[in-house]
Design a protein around this ligand. Structure first.
Ligand SMILES: C[S@@+](CC[C@H](N)C(=O)[O-])C[C@H]1O[C@@H](n2cnc3c(N)ncnc32)[C@H](O)[C@@H]1O
Length: 307
């Protein structure tokens, strides 16, 4: 399975590997970006983090030729500072986060990420935490409604949550197919019929995936920790795939770029600014990239430089 790294050229340019040093790729996945960084400069070392042991194993084999220049760690990037502390790293030249699911995860039916593939309702990127099946069959109607509405921006959140609760009184929802069927029924759609540009099941599946993997919490944790670990002139690049994530990154970067504001004058204290934002607007892939790699369609990249 070929994995095409998203916004590769822009990512490498903004991380500036010509400076050398230790870079952290905290979503190393199948190692596409990491490979390009390692190839850009022989003085680059990478610590690659991922919560998915299967991805790490493949990358270990695929990038074995880089030897000790690539170190792989299984863990959540929300625990970045702790994970790096454990390997004796206190400062880094750059950090990349390409958040979301990998093609490996999406395409493995057995992991339950895709409504296009029949599989168990799992959706865990790593080995721990509740599965989508546990959430769908145990959460209260109100909690499900909130998740569908907030994380999926699903307009029918209330009706869908009620339908899930009614359905599970009769039988447990266990598979992607069963959940998809229920969504289509509530929305009165036929299989294959779209809702605008997306499948009617997209939003509920996205919402469950975000809840299962605590994706937004992880991202909020990450940006603050990453910025504090960067050396002077160190770079941070974050690629995200939906507006909720992008908003978290944008707000965190803005806050760190302004620094502390004086309570009396309302003016920021220049010396408390930690970063300069390098992307006034998020960088989006061009038409050519999207046509070659449809997964890139919703990508937004933001970058910053440590002052
Ligand atoms: C889009 S893929 C990264 C692809 C990678 N840049 C490449 O070129 O192959 C995202 C990866 O991030 C991992 N991931 C997502 N959230 C994570 C988290 N909170 N902690 C650690 N890894 C995470 C996923 O398991 C997945 O392998």
């Amino acid at each position: 399975m070929e994995h095409v790294p998203v916004l590769l050229e822009e990512t490498i340019r903004l991380l500036a590997p010509q400076r050398g040093g230790v870079f952290v790729d905290c979503t190393v996945g199948l190692g596409g970006h990491a490979e390009a960084l390692l190839s850009a400069n022989a003085d680059v070392r990478i610590v690659g983090i991922d919560r998915d042991p299967e991805a790490l194993e493949r990358t270990r084999v695929r990038l074995a030729r880089f030897g000790e220049r690539l170190q792989l760690i299984e863990g959540d990037f929300g625990d970045l500072a702790e994970l790096l502390e454990a390997v004796g790293l206190h400062s880094i030249a750059g950090l990349l986060a390409d958040v979301g699911v990998s093609s490996l995860q999406l395409e493995s039916a057995g992991r339950g990420f895709s409504f296009r593939r029949e599989g168990p309702l799992d959706m865990r990127m790593g080995r721990s935490g509740p599965t989508a099946e546990e959430i769908v069959n145990r959460y209260s109607e109100a909690a499900l409604q909130k998740i569908f509405a907030e994380f999926g921006e699903e307009r029918r959140a209330r009706r869908l949550a009620r339908a899930v609760v009614e359905e599970r009184k009769k039988r447990k929802l266990r598979t992607t197919g069963e959940l998809r069927e229920l969504i289509l029924r509530v929305k009165r759609r036929r299989p294959g019929q779209r809702e605008g540009r997306i499948d009617p099941a997209t939003r509920v599946f996205q919402a469950l995936r975000i809840e299962v993997n605590r994706e937004l919490e992880q991202l909020s944790e990450l940006v603050d920790q990453a910025v504090r670990l960067l050396d002077q002139d160190g770079r941070l690049v974050v690629i995200s795939y939906h507006s909720l994530e992008d908003r978290i990154v944008k707000n965190a970067l803005r806050r760190l770029a302004v620094g502390k504001v004086d309570e009396v004058t309302g003016r920021p204290h220049a010396q408390t600014r930690l970063i300069e934002v390098l992307t006034r607007k998020p960088v989006r892939p061009g038409e050519r990239e999207v046509s070659l790699n449809p997964r890139a369609r919703s990508a937004r990249l933001r970058a910053a430089r440590r002052l």
